[in-house]
Design a protein around this ligand. Structure first.
Ligand SMILES: Nc1ncnc2c1ncn2[C@@H]1O[C@H](COP(=O)(O)OP(=O)(O)O)[C@@H](O)[C@H]1O
Ligand SMILES: [Mg+2]
Length: 257
């Protein structure tokens, strides 16, 4: 594969927080235009990986290149080329949605009529027309999430990291975000790296899935390949087979004794 086609490559990428091994020896390649889904239970190391790949956190060992830039030495270049929807984003609650997006646009050197038109159209697409001048502190958490999705794609990044993008969204907003991701990947070859624990979302959106369990990449392939690898019925079934998730019914209520 030529290097221009590979947007993310990691080699032996690892991260420890004191005694906790959050990420262990990750070797991964993500191709341009791919919608890569990073699945795994809470605490698996997904957010840690995204923070390293987006230039926010240094790995303990190993290396990675994102959009051709080195995560150890070219964090600023990575931040310029990528968009990031963090798991727990900060928002300026005293700004309106339009002001917040203008601010994000300016940070990415986008100013003037183009950005205002984009902001209006994105907010309308996301169903926030009519509320765009209200302060963000008056928004519901799903509405804030929509503004954050808009802020992540506003500057047309080559690669977008989405950490649990649909966690606060209602089903129709979630379906809309799915369609936006698929359209951008198809029409503009934008690459997506999506952390989620929603297997149905991943099955609909992602061409390649990696399943991370306790910091270890335990499965990698297309949804169908992963389903076939473990003889499962669907991706949720495959996920449960790979990470374990059997409920011990005996213990459901014993804590009350
Ligand atoms: N800043 C931190 N300090 C200490 N431990 C952390 C820190 N960030 C993450 N961890 C630990 O790393 C592991 C992976 O966390 P995380 O990457 O957030 O998982 P995921 O996003 O898959 O739920 C967890 O055990 C978590 O407690
Ligand atoms: Mg996380």
């Amino acid at each position: 594969m030529s290097s221009a086609q590979v947007q993310i490559v990691t080699q032996g990428l690892s991260k420890n927080f004191g005694p906790i091994e959050a990420l262990k020896n990750l070797d991964l390649e993500v191709k341009k235009g791919s919608t890569f889904g990073f699945l795994g239970p809470n605490g698996a190391g997904k957010t840690t990986t995204v923070r390293i790949l987006s230039g926010l956190l240094r790995p303990s060992s190993g290396n990675a290149a994102v959009c051709g830039f080195d995560v150890l030495t070219q964090q600023d270049e990575i931040k310029g080329a990528t968009g990031l929807l963090p798991e727990t984003p900060g928002l300026y609650s005293k700004l309106s949605a339009v002001e917040f997006l203008e601010f994000i646009g300016a940070l990415n050197d986008l100013t003037g009529e183009i950005v205002n038109k984009r902001i209006d159209q994105l907010l309308a697409l996301l169903g926030l027309e009519g509320r765009q001048n209200d302060l963000l502190e008056s928004y519901s958490s799903g509405m804030k999430q929509k503004v954050l999705v808009a802020s992540t794609i506003l500057h047309d990044p080559t690669l977008v990291f989405l950490d649990e993008p649909t966690s606060r969204l209602d089903p129709s907003a979630s379906a809309l975000v799915k369609e936006i991701i698929l359209a951008l990947a198809k029409e503009t070859e934008t690459t997506f790296f999506i952390c989620t624990h929603m297997t149905d979302f991943a099955e609909d959106v992602c061409d390649i899935i990696g399943i991370l369990n306790e910091g270890v990449l335990s499965a990698l392939g297309s949804p169908n390949e992963i389903i076939d690898q473990v003889g499962a019925n669907d991706l949720e079934d495959a996920y449960l087979k790979i990470v374990g998730g059997e409920v011990d019914r005996e213990k459901l209520l014993t804590w009350r004794q």
